[in-house]
Ligand binder design. Structure first.
Ligand SMILES: [Mg+2]
Length: 151
C-alpha cells in the first residue's frame, strides 16, 4: 500500500503564512506579484504548528510505503526536512515540486504518485487537504482513496 502525505495544511498548519500572504496571484499575468506572494507564503515556514493527530497518523503508517508529497518548491527542501525532524515526524522520502515546474499541484501530484506505484493494483491512499478540490477528482479517476485532511 502506498500512503501519500501532503504537508501544507495536512500535517503543517500554515494558516498564519497564508493569511499574511493573501490570495495567490496569477503567475502568468503578473510574475513579479507572484514572486512577492511566494516569498511571503514561504516566510517563517519553520514556525508552522503541526496539525493535531497527524504526527501519530504518519508514524503509524511509516511501515507501509509512505512518503511525503508536497507542491512546495524544492528551494524549501532543507527547511521542510528540518521542520519534519524538529516536530518528530518519521524520516520518509520527500517529493517536492521543482522550481521550474509550474503544473498545478494536482497535476504534479498525479504524476509523482503514478511513478511511485510499484505493483499493479497497489492500493493508494492520499492524505491531503486538497485546497482547490482538484486532487479529489484525480483520485476518483485513478481509483485512489483520498482522505481529506486539514483544519
Ligand atoms: Mg496542502
Amino acid at each position: 500500500m502506498l500512503v501519500v502525505f501532503d504537508i501544507d495544511m495536512t500535517i503543517a498548519n500554515g494558516t498564519r503564512r497564508a493569511l499574511a500572504a493573501g490570495p495567490e496571484p496569477d503567475r502568468a499575468k503578473d510574475p513579479a506579484r507572484y514572486e512577492a506572494w511566494k516569498n511571503a507564503i514561504n516566510a517563517g515556514v519553520e514556525h508552522d504548528m503541526p496539525i493535531p493527530g497527524m504526527l501519530e497518523l504518519v508514524t503509524a503508517m511509516a511501515d507501509y510505503n509512505a512518503v511525503y508529497l508536497t507542491a512546495r518548491g524544492s528551494d524549501l527542501r532543507s527547511q521542510t526536512r528540518d521542520w519534519l525532524k524538529a516536530n518528530g515526524f518519521p524520516d520518509l522520502m520527500l517529493f517536492m515540486r521543482a522550481q521550474s515546474d509550474f503544473r498545478s499541484s494536482a497535476k504534479f501530484k498525479e504524476y509523482v504518485i503514478q511513478k511511485l506505484i510499484v505493483a499493479e493494483h497497489e492500493s493508494v491512499i492520499v492524505v491531503d487537504d486538497d485546497e482547490r478540490g482538484e486532487l479529489a477528482k484525480v483520485c476518483k479517476l485513478r481509483g485512489w482513496t483520498m482522505l481529506k485532511a486539514g483544519v
